[in-house]
Design a protein around this ligand. Structure first.
Ligand SMILES: [Zn+2]
Length: 1005
């Protein structure tokens, strides 16, 4: 068989060369259509008509080959791909792909899952009949290359598989819904790959399996098409911005490749790995005209294999060269983007031994043809962009489709030309991942069985399973040797004294501890997510593109030990495929206690056990030989069996107690929650919603507009949650929204033109109005009358700006740079219910958080730039001596009350005199958590000039009237990655009517 097929290939090559295929001197085929294949004249004429200048096209896409049997995209679109005025819904794109599948054996469509709102996601495979017929055999070959353990890391065997295998190149479109061009480009690309008989395209079809997910964010695509239809129906009006994309998040759907919380991320990864693809190429639109940002700029992610970096350079450079030779301006591969964070969808490939790629082409956010004027930095000629885009040009969706298709076709062709190299690299990257323990290390990561936060540990490990990381559990207790910390070299050359070598330390782990072995093909992703990050303040890259840190052990607040000792790999262990934290009830008694370790599952429990009575212990206590921490749940009024079932499903441990412990308690209630969003952005709050839904905590979701219309907020709600808007929204924008004095209403409603707009989220006849002054007054009344308002980052600044937080001021940083980093915070008031379950040190996500200060006098401001100058004035004596004044007895200098930076300074007697602005102690802000000292601030990522925020409050409880304002400077709920700080929010909710518990007001005057 093999000999025969080789002969076939040789014959085929001869035939190709003899019948008009144009080959380069080295045998590489040039793009040129097959003169024997007729073209679709009408379609081709429209392509040319909609292309605004000949140089915005290429010999690959300036015609469409005709077929008697296979329908063109026109049958579904009613016009050609990229035609003005036409944006298909996902359903229409699928319809066309399935028509292709029916018409040709070169196309196969598979369903790859659904979205949060239940819409289908698909993948379309295009290749030769033979390749699609032999998919399964090919998949098995690729699976062996993907997991070199199956062939015992045998390079010769790998070479055989490489020679026989057809690689898979996976293309994903329109994850970002306002970036609208990809679906039509991919419809036409699928047609071309299936139909075009030119040697150039035929080589791709015979040599590669092109896999296409034409719409990644399906929910957002349908909304975007709705809005575009509304725009066509109301051409003179402003049309509403796309406030919701998917159910939860907008642009951040492309930052989920670490947390894996969204269906689209899970579906794409399962498809990518299920097909054992070599490339994941994600299509975006924002930069003129084609920025292949695969190569981008430094710093590169420190965990990717250098082999991948070479591949980026090879493919990127060649891609630019090919399009430049076609005369297409504005194609480049270096530019604004660092390849540090692994949060992008394309990075699923980089983390799983493949090749990640990303295009930014130029979209018009719709299918209008528009005059586009660029910014000087966009059209400037630079070293990496010798042929820049034009300063001003008429631009069409067809131009965009031409660039996307030309870029993809040349990429596919180059990939096919070099597929043996790329397949071998694919195998090598897998092999080197398996060899990690004996090469760069570590050997494993261990998560101990006795971690007190078992349910959170399980959540973290579930991320690993979603990432297809193999996991094991030790069947016995074991010990590992920890690396010896290197001693710093003596500073003086003369100091040659031999220091005794510190003996190696060991650590014991109990049976049942989780071991993530690094001798597996996907060790890279586990290593990346569990390791620490360091971004130097001296890095030449001064504007990190996204977060600089993501260390999941810190962000989840669970113990993770990086082990280099290879002996850990021979510990007896079993494979784990499903994760469930153990739970249930132990002991005998009629009441039950659940120790508090700030596990978010406690909040779920409170809402699930609606009729049970739950109290929180205000102090630590001991009972029946168990030690319980402050905040422990004391539960009665529920049957043992019901509690057993509930705690088992939540991974919580309850202990039955013989008698109620003699400790002060208060009730833990399930509050009625108003959850507030703006019509400015729902991006950042979306992550909060997702967390609440996963925890099954109910809330009423409403806009600032709707809140302002509720006559009596206190009658309906106990807590108002106002999560961050963007992180940096102005108070002006929150109050006033978008201007209403000009322009037209911007409805977010289901109408005949917009049937998909309102999903499971919210609606309004006009998105423009904000909270308004009525709403501000409503919020003030709500808090004054005893309600709790919880805010974070920009909404905290807003709450301070409208005067809800007496004695709290904020300032913005001057030189500080904390860019999506993990910072240290310290518990200041462990007796506050907000702090229940936390230890003294809490790692938190911070992104240049607002710098809060507390004062004891209204209107006073505190310095925030470190300690005040306390040097003595010029005078007699030594530096530490008192000064004296000639001719009078020495005066005693009054002792200044020592106050920490996070505390409100006590007013002096003079400041108190006849001063109604002095805030009574009981009304002063209570600092729950503060940022760590400057030297302890950085845990992971970039912290520059951290002294500006060091020691300042991170979480504050401010009494206001009969209620409370709880302010966060950190963002505690973010991208499914910060479970460690969720309970700071959840504790506020569950203790909403007892927030003053444990408050020390002894010094009250
Ligand atoms: Zn994008």
């Amino acid at each position: 068989m093999r000999h025969k097929s080789w002969l076939g290939i040789i014959l085929f090559l001869f035939t190709t060369l003899a019948t008009g295929g144009i080959a380069l001197a080295d045998g590489e085929t040039l793009p040129a259509r097959d003169p024997k294949q007729p073209i679709d004249e009408a379609y081709t004429a429209k392509i040319r008509k909609y292309t605004t200048a000949p140089y915005f096209s290429s010999p690959l896409v300036d015609y469409l080959p005709a077929s008697n049997t296979v329908p063109t995209p026109e049958v579904v679109l009613g016009d050609v791909a990229g035609a003005p005025g036409i944006l298909p819904y996902a359903e229409d794109v699928y319809k066309y792909m399935r028509l292709l599948e029916k018409a040709t054996l070169r196309v196969k469509v598979v369903s790859i899952g659904t979205t949060e709102e239940g819409r289908e996601m698909i993948a379309v495979a295009v290749s030769s009949e033979a390749n699609l017929k032999n998919l399964e055999q090919n998949r098995q070959r690729l699976a062996k290359l993907a997991d070199p353990r199956t062939i015992h890391l045998d390079d010769a065997e790998a070479d055989k598989l490489v020679a026989e295998s057809v690689p898979v190149y996976y293309i994903t479109g329109t994850i970002h819904s306002p970036e609208t061009g990809a679906p039509t480009a991919l419809m036409e690309l699928a047609y071309r790959l299936a139909v075009d008989e030119s040697p150039y395209v035929r080589e791709i079809r015979d040599g590669v399996i092109t896999l296409i997910t034409p719409v990644v964010e399906v929910d957002g695509r349908d909304r975007m098409v709705d809005l575009y239809r509304w725009h066509l129906a109301h051409p003179k009006d402003f049309y509403p911005p796309l406030i919701y994309w998917g159910k939860y998040v907008a642009h951040d759907n492309n930052r989920d490749a670490m947390g894996m919380t969204l269906k689209l991320t899970q579906n794409v990864l399962n498809t990518y790995l299920g097909w054992n693809a070599q490339v994941l190429h994600d299509l975006h639109e924002s930069v003129p005209y084609l920025y292949d940002n695969t190569v981008g700029d430094g710093p590169y992610n420190a965990w990717v294999d250098p082999i991948l970096v070479d591949e980026w350079e090879m493919i990127g450079a060649r891609n630019v060269a090919d399009l430049t030779k076609f005369g297409m301006p504005g194609v480049f591969t270096h530019g604004d983007f660092d390849t540090w964070s692994p949060g992008y969808l394309m990075f699923l490939a980089a983390m799983h031994n493949g090749i990640s790629r990303l295009y930014e082409t130029f979209g018009n956010a719709g299918a209008d043809t528009r005059e586009r004027t660029l910014q000087p930095d966009e059209y400037a000629r630079t070293w990496f962009r010798p042929n820049p885009p034009l300063p001003k040009t008429l631009w069409s969706q067809r131009n965009n489709n031409n660039y996307e298709e030309t870029g993809l076709l040349t990429s596919l062709h180059y990939f096919n030309e070099n597929k043996r190299l790329f397949l071998k690299n694919f195998y090598l990257k897998g092999k080197r991942s398996i060899q990690k323990p004996s090469a760069e290390g570590p050997a494993a990561y261990i998560l101990p069985a006795d971690d007190p936060r078992a349910s959170v540990q399980a959540d973290l490990l579930r991320i690993m399973l979603k990432q297809h990381v193999e996991m094991s559990r030790a069947t016995n207790a074991f010990q590992v040797t920890l690396p010896v910390k290197k001693e710093k070299k003596p500073s003086k050359a003369t100091d040659t004294e031999e220091k005794p070598k510190p003996s190696p330390t060991t650590r014991d782990f109990p049976a049942g501890s989780y071991i993530i072995r690094m001798d597996q093909p996907y060790s890279r992703v586990a290593d990346t997510l569990l390791d620490y990050q360091y971004w130097s303040p001296e890095d030449p890259q001064t504007t990190p593109y996204d977060d600089t840190a993501w260390t999941l052990g810190e962000l989840f607040g669970v113990q993770v030990t990086r082990v280099t000792d290879p002996k850990v790999l021979s510990v007896p262990m079993e494979h784990v495929t499903e994760l469930h934290a153990s739970g249930g009830v132990n002991g005998e008694g009629s009441m039950f206690a659940i120790d508090n370790h700030a596990e978010p599952a406690l909040a779920s429990l409170r809402y699930r056990l609606k009729d049970a009575s739950i109290d929180a212990a205000e102090e630590p206590f001991e009972s029946g030989g168990h030690k319980f921490s402050r905040g422990t749940f004391l539960i009665h009024g529920v049957s043992r069996s019901e509690l057993d079932v509930t705690t088992k499903s939540l991974g919580l441990h309850a202990v039955a107690l013989a008698a109620a412990p003699g400790v002060k308690t208060h009730p833990v209630r399930a509050p009625r929650i108003a959850y507030v969003h703006t019509w400015i952005s729902t991006q950042t709050e979306g992550w909060w919603r997702l967390a609440f839904d996963n925890l099954q905590i109910p809330y009423d979701y409403m806009s600032t507009q709707a809140l302002a219309k509720i006559p009596d907020l206190n009658a309906k709600y106990d807590v108002i949650l106002f999560p961050p808007v963007t992180g940096s929204a102005s108070s002006h924008a929150i109050v006033h929204g978008t201007p209403t004095t000009w322009g037209n209403p911007l409805p977010w409603l289901n109408t005949p033109e917009t049937p998909n707009l309102v999903g499971k989220n919210d609606s309004t006849p006009d998105m423009r109005p904000g909270l308004g002054w009525d709403g501000v007054a409503k919020l003030q009344t709500f808090v004054q009358k005893g309600g709790v308002l919880l805010t974070a980052t920009d909404t905290s600044q807003f709450a301070v700006a409208i005067g809800l937080a007496s004695g709290v001021t904020f300032s913005n940083s001057e030189k500080m740079k904390i860019v999506g980093s993990i910072v240290g915070t310290r518990l200041v008031d462990a007796a506050s219910p907000i702090a229940y379950g936390y230890e003294e040190k809490v790692s938190a996500y911070c992104d240049d958080g607002p710098i809060f200060s507390v004062t004891s006098i209204l209107g006073a401001r505190r310095r925030h730039l470190g300690p005040e100058m306390k040097s003595r004035p010029t005078g007699r004596g030594t530096k530490d001596d008192p000064d004296f004044v000639i001719g009078r007895p020495a005066s005693e200098i009054p002792e200044e009350p020592e106050k920490e930076l996070w505390e409100a300074p006590q007013p002096t007697d003079d400041q108190r005199f006849n001063n109604p602005r002095v805030i009574p102690t009981a009304n002063r802000a209570r600092v729950i958590l503060r940022y760590a000292d400057s030297k302890d601030l950085l845990i992971s990522g970039l912290v520059e000039n951290g002294n500006e925020i060091a020691q300042h409050p991170a979480v504050l409880d401010v009494p206001s009237g009969a209620g409370h304002l709880v302010l966060f400077s950190i963002n505690p709920v973010y991208r499914g990655e910060t479970e460690n700080t969720y309970s700071l929010v959840l504790n506020t909710l569950l203790n909403f009517d007892s927030l003053n518990a444990g408050r020390k007001d002894a010094d009250q005057k």
